[in-house]
Design a protein around this ligand. Sequence first.
Ligand code: ARG
Length: 468
Amino acid sequence: MSKKSPVSRSGRFTVGPAADVAEFTESISFDWRLWQHDIQGSIAHATMLQKIGVLTKNELETIVKGLTQIAKEIAVGKFTWKAELEDVHMNIESELTKRVPAGAKLHTSRSRNDQVALDVRLWLRDEIKSLLKEIADLQRALVRLGEQHADVIIPGYTHLQRAQPVYLAHHLLAYVEMLERDCERLWDCHSRVNVCPLGSGAIAGSTLPLDRKLVAELLGFVNDAGEVQLTQNSMDGVSDRDFIIEFSAAAALLTIHFSRLAEDIILWASSEFNFLHIADAYTTGSSLMPQKKNPDIAELARGKTGRVVGNLMALLTLLKGLPMTYNRDLQEDKERLFDTADTVRATTRLLAAMLAHKETYVKTAVCAAAAADSMLLATDLADYLVKKGMPFRHAHHIVGAVVALSEKTGKPLHQLTLAELQDIDQTFGNDALSVFDLKTAMNKRNLPGAPGTREVARQLARWRQQLS
Ligand code: ARG
């Protein structure tokens, strides 16, 4: 056996790669992050190799011991990664083989092609679960903010123009709904990540009688029904990365939702809206203007959307037109994947922390003043006429005339007199102006999903329960 490191070049090549080639091709500078999952996969593979008679009990034991020791050293930063060994897989295997002769048997019927596909799936499986927990924290922060200000009403907007009144909680719960769908998409994606590719070899499996099912079981590749999940085509198993793209797409949509939430927060924190005070700890000052308090966290949450969407585009482009099966191009998937995962995790956490901070609060008096704009209830006045039997198109026209009168006289809608209303249309009765009582108006909109008093309370209670 060659005394050289067990890299794939040994035997076939007489010289190592040129220095600049090593630098160009290495991935250890970023894929070292897969070390735990690489070792986890190797232990499962070795366990199976012993079961089918490739390793003796003693060899398996020394391999597991060696890998466990290496894991300990990596965990405390005592392991030296070597760029000339290219990637995390060869760094660990090479070190193992230096210490444990049986390490040279570990790669039996395994290629870095199925190994890297396995490692990324294991890594992403954990990542999705952690991300889901963090999204739930953000959802809880939104629900709590809504509960703390359960009676706060604000104008709802379309086209960023005042439209109709809504409870602040209703507005916040809209984001809870979006985030819930993001969670569903991520969990759905998880079911396709959670499939074991090991045993695919480099492209064509192995001539040895590997027990793929055992490896998958050991690594927890099992669905909700308890069925073991194996990739069903070795060529597909080593070469597709659609599960990474799916995750990246779900993450991109998540950041799109973040950017909308961030934009609302930025607007609400402006002097023009002034609905929200963001805790000082989650804002920054200006180096020039002493009065400034900038919502940089929300702005970065909005801005980071660009990277995550960009990563998705990079990954889609990476896969496009790749001939079967594994091509080194695929190494380019990891930095984009890691960057997306890190970015969405951090953004989720920061948004949750900012909203949950005790010094982040809603300026209730400002909200009340804005919600008191009786124009917000112009549609309610049209509904009043509809209840009296008038066709809606006609009622819309009549109330349009009432709005025009209000604008012309400078008198808010609710301060117009009954006589002025009846001048426009006789259908208005004594009770017409009672439409402008905001509390009553909010009590009237209790359709499922509407921002009525009872319905919003019901939705808050539902979410509190669902997220507990
Ligand atoms: N570092 C490689 C990657 O991330 C691992 C697989 C390399 N396989 C190979 N045959 N060169 O894709």
